[in-house]
Design a protein around this ligand. Structure first.
Ligand code: PEP
Ligand code: MG
Length: 315
C-alpha cells in the first residue's frame, strides 16, 4: 500500500520560485545507497557508517572499511556523499567501540566522545574514507556525531583535514552545539542537524520511549528555535546547513526547515517524492514567513497551525 501511494521524485529538489534545496538520502550501506540512487536522491546526506559494522566483535581494518565505503560512493558517482564517522554507543552500541556498561548511555561516551578516547579508531576511519574518496573520485564530506563543544569540533576538523578529507563538518544534535553554532562555523565547513537526538536532548525525553513521543517531536517550539539559531548562523557564515533527522522527511515541516535556513534535507528515500512535492508549491518567501511564524509558537499545535497559514498565532 505504501508503494502504491509513493510519489515519484524527479531528482531535483526546488521551490516554486526555482530556489534549489538538495534532497538527499540517509543510508547505512551499499544496498541502501543503490536503493537511494534508484529513488533519484541527489546524493547522500547521512551515511551512518556504524551500520556497516554492527555485528563486528573487532574493529574493521582500514582495508575493510575502504571497501565498505566504496560500495556507497559507487552508487553516487560525482555526487555529494556526507559520511558520518562512527556513532557508536547509546542506541547503537558497537562491541569493539563500547566496552563499559553505562547507566545512562544516551548521556555517555558515544559518537565523537569515543573517538577522542580512541584516536586510532577515528584516524583509521578517516584514512579509509580518504582512500575510498580517491578511489571512487567522489565528493566526500565527513562529519562527526554527538558534538557538544567548540574544542571537539576543532579537533575533529583538524584530524579530518590531516587525513586528507577536504570538507569537515559536524552534526548538531545537542542543544549546546545549536547554541554555539556561530562559533562552530568558525572551525567547520558545514553542519547537519540531527533532529532525532536534538529533540531527545532538548526535551530530555528518551527517543526510544514511544510513550514520550509527544515530547520527542521536532515541532516542539524549543527544537524549532534551536534549529533557527543554527540556520541564522549558517546564513551569516555562508555555509551549508543540512537536516538529516526524521524532521527532514515531514512534508509539512520541510518548508519551515528551509525558511529556518536549511540548505539541504536528507531522508529515507521513500519520503523524497512527498517532500519534493511539498517544496514545489512554496516560494522562498513563503518558507521564510512560515519559519518566522513557528518561531513565535508556544506549543506543537500552534507551530503546526501557523506553519500552514504562515501567520503569527493569535494573541
Ligand atoms: C539524528 O540524531 O537526528 C540523526 C540523524 O542521527 P541518528 O538518528 O543516527 O542518531
Ligand atoms: Mg543522532
Amino acid at each position: 500500500a505504501a508503494a502504491a501511494t509513493a510519489v515519484e521524485f524527479d531528482g531535483t529538489g526546488r521551490l516554486a520560485d526555482g530556489h534549489r534545496v538538495a534532497l538527499l538520502a540517509n543510508v547505512g550501506g551499499a544496498a541502501d545507497a543503490v536503493n537511494a540512487a534508484a529513488a533519484r536522491a541527489e546524493g547522500v546526506g547521512l551515511f551512518r557508517t556504524e551500520f556497516c559494522f554492527l555485528d563486528r566483535a573487532d574493529a574493521p581494518s582500514v582495508e575493510e572499511q575502504t571497501a565498505a565505503y566504496r560500495g556507497v560512493l559507487a552508487a553516487f558517482p560525482g555526487r555529494k556523499v556526507v559520511v558520518r564517522t562512527l556513532d557508536a554507543g547509546s542506541d547503537k552500541p558497537l562491541p569493539f567501540a563500547n566496552a563499559d556498561h553505562e547507566d545512562n548511555p544516551a548521556l555517555g561516551v558515544r559518537g565523537l566522545r569515543i573517538a577522542r578516547r580512541r584516536p586510532q579508531l577515528l584516524d583509521d576511519q578517516l584514512r579509509a574514507l580518504a582512500w575510498a574518496a580517491e578511489a571512487e573520485s567522489a565528493q566526500v564530506d565527513v562529519m562527526a556525531p554527538m558534538v557538544a563543544t567548540v574544542e571537539e569540533a576543532r579537533e575533529f576538523a583538524e584530524r579530518a583535514r590531516a587525513a586528507g578529507i577536504e570538507r569537515a563538518g559536524i552534526m548538531i544534535e545537542t542543544p549546546s552545539a545549536a547554541l554555539l553554532a556561530a562559533e562552530l562555523f568558525e572551525v567547520v565547513d558545514f553542519v547537519s542537524l540531527g533532529t532525532n537526538d536534538l529533540a531527545q536532548y532538548t526535551l530530555a525525553a528518551d527517543r526510544l520511549l514511544s510513550d514520550l513521543g509527544d515530547l520527542n517531536d521536532p515541532w516542539q517550539p524549543a527544537v524549532l528555535r534551536l534549529i533557527g539559531i543554527v540556520g541564522e548562523a549558517g546564513r551569516a557564515a555562508g555555509k551549508s546547513v543540512g537536516v538529516c533527522g526524521e524532521a527532514a522527511s515531514d512534508p509539512a515541516l520541510a518548508p519551515v526547515l528551509v525558511g529556518l535556513g536549511a540548505t539541504s534535507l536528507s531522508m529515507t528515500p521513500r519520503s523524497l517524492g512527498r517532500v519534493a512535492e511539498a517544496l514545489s508549491v512554496v516560494s522562498e518567501e513563503d518558507c521564510r514567513r512560515a519559519a518566522e511564524a513557528v518561531l513565535g509558537a508556544r506549543t506543537v499545535d500552534e507551530a503546526r497551525a501557523v506553519a500552514r497559514t504562515g501567520e503569527a498565532h493569535a494573541e
